[in-house]
Design a protein around this ligand. Structure first.
Ligand code: ZN
Length: 153
């Protein structure tokens, strides 16, 4: 799938404001799609249409909710800015458009992680999950020599 087709498909399920913070959206609007890693976007479409097949909540700031740092994190997002102010390195996949934190309607984070693991074969690339958190952290960083399709860290 070309990047253009991929974004076209994703727009059926996600508003770009669910994937980026308010600052990025204000500056770039619909052009904010450009900041995402291709594998992250491909994986997000697979998660939504083949793995979970249910509504996924990433950011909800557009509806007045508190969530704004669960997709792409820009340099002035609080999590990143705090690290910079402390002169600490911050290389999270969120800062590279390669991660999403989300909840799936009507199920626990553990149930969602198990679905991802069971559907590992559906992904065209290796993917990572953060274990034991009350949301799902999903990213496409590849940092081990493991041959497992889904890496839990
Ligand atoms: Zn930001």
């Amino acid at each position: 799938m070309t990047r253009k087709q991929l974004v076209f498909e994703l727009k059926k399920y996600f508003d770009i404001r669910e994937l980026v913070c308010e600052q990025v959206f204000k500056a770039f609007g619909e052009k904010s799609w450009q900041f995402f890693d291709q594998q992250a976007l491909e994986s997000l479409l697979i998660l939504r249409t083949q793995v979970h097949k249910k509504a996924m909540t990433i950011n909800n700031w557009k509806d007045g909710g508190p969530l704004s740092q669960r997709g792409l994190r820009c340099n002035i997002c609080k999590i990143c800015k705090d690290k910079t102010d402390l002169n600490e390195l911050y290389m999270s996949a969120h800062a590279n458009g390669a991660a999403f934190d989300y909840d799936v309607a009507g199920q626990t984070s553990e149930q969602s992680r198990q679905q991802v693991i069971q559907c590992a074969y559906m992904f065209t690339n290796r993917v990572r999950l953060e274990g034991k958190v009350t949301w799902v952290h999903f990213d496409v960083y590849d940092d081990t020599n493991s041959t497992d399709k889904v890496i839990t860290f």
